[in-house]
Design a protein around this ligand. Structure first.
Ligand SMILES: Nc1ncnc2c1ncn2[C@@H]1O[C@H](COP(=O)(O)OP(=O)(O)OP(=O)(O)O)[C@@H](O)[C@H]1O
Ligand SMILES: [Mg+2]
Length: 320
């Protein structure tokens, strides 16, 4: 498997090219890993997984939920690179608290022609007909926004409203989140937004939405890669040698899971697809740079990029 890194002048290592992907709907792993000494989490997909090194993040979400249940609305931003475990964290949190909550879940998709308010359609189907009818008939978007807010305000149970992958959110969804976010303080609800923070350049529209959220009501839950110890534990459970798994994957749980589920020495099809799905979105110049890097064994040094590929920082940024 070719997990390529570049070493910058400051020898900061950045995983290159395979750490995120775009249009892909990942196939579920054929094997899920069950580690030995943390509580099992049953996923909606019916598979079982355990989360390693996510205690602090779960604690932060639980704290937000406690405040929401006391009528102090909260927004939790769960962010990190592709495959870092955002969905798994939210699923684990919901599974642990489902009995106490009403959950409304919407997803943004990487569609080429996104529908306005895509995730709100998911949510409207989970509520009784009012919002769906309104979405079909209302000619003013504000009427739809305020209907959702009212639904959260008037609910007898604390609501957790999850919108997944808001880096793909359509403009109307981002407006909706600004609107509801700015009014969340007195509402018994927790809004959880997940996003890939490695896919946002400085002009990404998500920044505007995030910048409008009330800072006192917003909590950030940034997810980091797994440590060598955690990766070794997963390898042990999968009956595989831990050697090189951390170096090859950078501790990204998706790569670790897929690598360990694949016969030794072969490249997981899911990782290959993920890499290609990301690569097709690159500009021609960035794609050429990526192909240049792919033939350099192991790590690509910055001087080599400068000398052989005349790579600008912008091109490198596009690939990373
Ligand atoms: N802390 C963890 N410990 C062990 N396995 C994990 C952990 N976090 C995630 N995983 C596993 O890694 C894989 C990827 O996780 P997940 O789909 O949640 O990533 P993601 O950040 O939501 O990715 P994407 O950006 O594509 O939405 C899943 O198989 C999940 O079970
Ligand atoms: Mg996810």
């Amino acid at each position: 498997m070719s997990f390529i890194s570049i070493a910058s002048d400051a020898t900061v290592k950045t995983r290159f090219a395979v750490n995120s992907w775009g249009l892909l709907n990942r196939a579920p792993a054929t094997l899920r890993i069950v580690a030995d000494n943390s509580p099992a989490v049953v996923r909606d997909t019916g598979t079982i997984t355990n989360l390693l090194e996510r205690e602090a993040s779960l604690k932060m979400l639980t704290g937000c939920l406690r405040e929401a249940a006391a009528g102090i609305g909260r927004i939790a931003l769960v962010h990190g690179e592709a495959g870092i475990g955002k969905t798994a964290l939210v699923e684990a949190f919901l599974a642990a608290n489902r009995a106490k909550l009403r959950v409304l879940l919407g997803r943004c998709d990487a569609l080429s022609t996104p529908e306005p308010l895509g995730p709100l359609h998911d949510i409207a189907f989970q509520m009784d007909g009012g919002l769906l009818d309104l979405m079909r008939t209302a000619d003013r978007r504000l009427a739809i926004f305020s209907a959702l807010l009212r639904e959260l305000q008037e609910s007898e149970q604390t609501t957790v409203l999850v919108i997944e992958d808001v880096h793909w959110g359509d403009a109307a969804t981002l407006d909706l989140l600004k609107y509801v976010g700015r009014r969340i303080r007195p509402v018994p609800a927790l809004i959880i937004l997940t996003y890939r923070d490695d896919e946002l350049d400085g002009r990404h529209p998500l920044w505007s939405m995030l910048g409008h959220l009330p800072s006192d009501a917003t909590r950030r839950v940034g997810l980091e890669s797994l440590t060598e110890g955690a990766v070794a534990r997963l390898a042990r459970v999968a009956g595989r040698a831990a050697e090189r798994v951390h170096a090859q994957t950078g501790g990204n749980p998706f790569y670790v899971t897929e690598l360990l589920a694949t016969p030794y020495g072969s490249i997981p099809a899911t990782v290959r697809e993920a890499t290609l799905a990301r690569a097709v979105r690159l500009s021609r110049e960035a794609r050429a740079l990526l192909e240049f890097c792919s033939v350099v064994p192991n790590r690509v040094e910055r001087w080599l990029l400068d000398e052989a590929a005349s790579a600008s920082s912008a091109l490198i940024d596009e690939c990373v």
